[in-house]
Design a protein around this ligand. Sequence first.
Ligand SMILES: Cc1cc2nc3c(=O)[nH]c(=O)nc-3n(C[C@H](O)[C@H](O)[C@H](O)COP(=O)(O)O)c2cc1C
Length: 359
Amino acid sequence: MSLGLSTAGESHGPALVAILSGLPAGLVLDRAAIDADLHRRQQGYGRSPRQQLEQDQVEVLAGLRHGRTLGTPLALLVRNRDHKNWEWGMNPWPPEGEPSGKGTKPVTLPRPGHADLAGVLKYGHEDVRDALERASARHTAVYVAAGAVAKALLRELGIGVAGSVLEIGGERESWEAAIDAARTDRDTVGGVVEVRATGVFPGLGSYASREERLDARLAGALMGIQAVKGIEIGDGFALARERGSAAHDEIEPGLRRRSNRAGGLEAGVSNGEEIVVRAAMKPLPTLMKPLDSVDLATGEPAQALVERSDVAAVEALAVVAEAAVAWELARAAREKLGGDALADMKAAHAAYLERIRTR
Ligand SMILES: Cc1cc2nc3c(=O)[nH]c(=O)nc-3n(C[C@H](O)[C@H](O)[C@H](O)COP(=O)(O)O)c2cc1C
C-alpha cells in the first residue's frame, strides 16, 4: 500500500487538478486548512500581482463524502481565475472568433534559466508558451493542496511538518531590503528554505534499495520543485568538512541522541529525531531587465521574454517544500503501516510503537 499523486494543469489554462490515490478511508479533511495552505503559498514579499488575482481555493471532485475520505482516489481542483484573460490564448480547443486577451501572439524569445529553450527543442513547439505554461511553478498550488491532505494524515500519527525561510538574496534576516533592491534593479533573488518534521517515529524508509531510501525520496521531492538547485539533509555539506568523531550523533541509554547532525535520517531510514532538510532556490529567471537571448523566429540576437513575474518566491517555496516533505513522509508511513481504514493504520502505528518501546 502506497500513496500516489498525479497532477495536470497549465499556468493560464482553465484549472489545475490532482489525483491522490491510496489514502485510507475515514480521514477527516478540513477545507479551511487546505485553503489556508493555498493562501500561504500565495503570500510573501516580492510576489507578482497575480497572487492577489488568484486567491486559490480547493474544490473536491471525488473521493470525499461529508468531509471524510472514502478510501478511493481523491480528486482535487484549483481554478486559474486568471484564465478569463486567456480564454482565446489558452483555449484547449481551436478558439473561435478574433484573437483577444493574452497569449495570442507566439513567444519566440527564450529566457535563460527557464524551460523555454529546452522545452521547444524537446517537444518541437513553435511557441515557447507551449513549454513555459506547464514548467511554471503555478501548478505547485495543487501540490500544496495534496500536502495539506498529507499533513492531515500525518497529524493522526503525531507528526508535524513546518517549512520556513532561512535566507533570501544572501540576507539571513530583514531580507525585504534585498528584495526591494533587486526590484529597483529589475532583477531577481533566490534563497534557502528549511523544512522540519517533528514526531517522526523511527523506521520510515528503508536501506534495502535506493528507491526506498527516505533521504533520497525527500531530496527527489524537493529537487522536483521549480528553481531548487541544492538539497541538504541535516548538517549536509558541513559534514564533509568534519571528522567522524564530530559528525555523528552518539547514542545514549533510552536510545536518545546527543545531537542531530544527521537530520533524523540514517541509512535512508528515519531514526526518531527531528527530520531537517534544506533546499536552495536560484534567482528566478524572468527578469524585467532581460538577459541576452536569440529570437527563435529569426535566429538573430534579441532580449529574452519579459512577462509579469515574481522578484522572489522563497517564502512560497517554504510552503511548497513543506508540502513535498509532508507528502513523502505520508507515503513512507502508508507503506510502513498499511490499512484500508485510518483506524487500521493507527492500530498498526500503536502496535509498532509498543514493539520498539520495549527495546
Ligand atoms: C513558488 C515558485 C514561484 C516561482 N515564480 C516564478 C516567477 O514568477 N518567475 C520565474 O521566472 N520563475 C519562477 N519560478 C521558477 C521557475 O518556475 C523555474 O525556474 C523554471 O521552471 C525553470 O526550472 P528550474 O529553475 O528548476 O531549472 C518559481 C518557482 C517557485 C517554486
